[in-house]
Every structure is written in C-alpha cells, then in structure tokens.
Design a protein around this ligand. Structure first.
Ligand code: ZN
Length: 248
C-alpha cells in the first residue's frame, strides 16, 4: 500500500482486529457481485469505498425508471443503460483504484462456474430463487464463500455460506427449513431503505469473511421485520438430505 492508500483507508486500518492485514486482504480480493439492483447498489458502493481490489459486476438488465426509488447506484441519466455498466460508472467516480469487470449477462452453467471459481467471495444480490440456488451450488462446488441476501416489502434476510467449513449449512439447507417462495419486488413492492439495510449487512459480512474478522453469519439466518424493526437469528445445522450440499 502507498501513502495515499494508507491515508484513504486509515479509519479501517486503525481498527485493531482489522489492521493493515485486513486492508491488504480487501485489496487482493476479487469479489463477484451478482445483480446490481436494490441490494447490489449498496453492496458494490460500500465494497468499492472500503477498498476491495477487484469487483466483477454481473447484470443482464437495463436501468428502468421504476428502479431509481431504491437502486441508488444508478441515476436518471442511466435509464436504459445496462445496470452493470451504470454501476461501473458510479464506482469509478467513488474509487478509481478499484478494478471493475463488467458482465452484461445472466450467469448460468459454465460461465457461472467459471466466475465463481475465480472469485474470492460471491455476493448474491439477485432477485430470484432459481439464481440464488444455482449460485449456492456453484459456491459449494468450488468452495467459495457466499453472502446471500433478499429483501421484499418490509422484510429482509441475510446469511453467509462458507463451504470451506465442512459442517456449515448452505443456502438450500435454510430454505428447506424456513421455506421460500419466489416473490418479486415488481408484484409485492419493497420499501427503499430496506434494500440499503440488507445490502449494507451483506457488504459488512463480506468484509468480515475476507479479513477474517469477528463471526460472520455462517450457519445463521438473520431476519428483519422492518415494520417492528425486530431482528431474529435462526441457527441451522447442515441438512444431510440437502439437495445442494448433502451427502448424496
Ligand atoms: Zn445444504
């Protein structure tokens, strides 16, 4: 790190548990962000500001006027532009040192495998269950940690999957327990700051995993009901019969 970087990240480096080593681990990380919508906006902005070395931004969708209410990485002039391209522009303005790779596509199959394998950590900020389960599977296959988040109406959830820990449950283990419907913001609605809260937690968990700081939400599902501002944490064990990480 040069003097300018030491100064830029000084408020993090002065944290004793994080230190110079923590900042170095962010600088060397290649973080895959899947989806640059409501969750991906704060995730990409905070990780760029915090000093992650490389961000791989994936989205096949264009910015729509109805996205601006909550997808704060995009502005009015970005309507009609691909979301990953638009996010890259905002990140360049915030921290030009971050190297950004843009993929204007929906990750699946071979390309999903390739991107997950090359990543230090994956942040799932997608808006659908099919993608979340596919990303979860790829992360298990290549033993890459995953921070997955979801937000709808006034409710949100976050968990961390760390396949490097043999006894840790995966995203599908949780879904077997709590049950998950594939609900979309376009039909159910979502309150603007909710995605900011959940996305910021995802960014925080990613920084913790990357820098080996504190206790990430591995084996725990954090749930928020923003109407009452009640937080709940459910612990879950690995499901032997889990279709994604189970023995068979
Ligand atoms: Zn599982």
């Amino acid at each position: 790190m040069n003097d300018e970087q030491l100064q830029r990240y000084s408020r993090q480096i002065m944290l004793p548990d994080f230190d110079y080593q923590g900042q170095q681990s962010l600088l060397h990380a290649k973080v895959l962000v899947i989806g640059l919508g409501g969750l991906g906006s704060p995730v990409a902005l905070y990780l760029a500001a915090a000093g992650v070395g490389t961000l791989v931004l994936v989205d096949d969708d264009q910015v729509d006027h109805s996205n601006l209410q909550r997808q704060i990485i995009h502005g009015e002039s970005d309507v009609g532009t691909n979301k990953a391209v638009s996010a890259q522009k905002s990140i360049a303005a915030l921290n030009s040192e971050v190297s950004v790779i843009v993929l204007q596509q929906r990750l699946a199959g071979e390309t999903l495998d390739q991107q997950v394998r090359d990543a230090t950590i994956v942040l799932d900020c997608s808006d659908n269950l099919v993608t979340r389960l596919a990303v979860n599977k790829a992360c298990i296959k290549y033993q890459v940690p995953l921070v997955t988040g979801a937000a709808i109406r006034m409710e949100g959830q976050v968990t961390v999957v760390d396949p490097r820990q043999p006894d840790a449950p995966c995203y599908a283990c949780f879904m077997q327990l709590v049950g998950e419907q594939d609900r979309s913001c376009s039909t159910n609605g979502v309150m603007a700051p909710l995605v900011g809260i959940i996305g910021a937690i995802q960014a925080m968990e990613a920084i913790k995993v990357l820098s080996n700081l504190g206790q990430p939400l591995v084996g725990k599902l954090l749930l928020l009901d923003a109407k009452t501002m009640q937080w709940q944490t459910f612990g879950v064990a690995k499901e032997e019969s889990c279709p994604s990480c189970g023995l068979n």
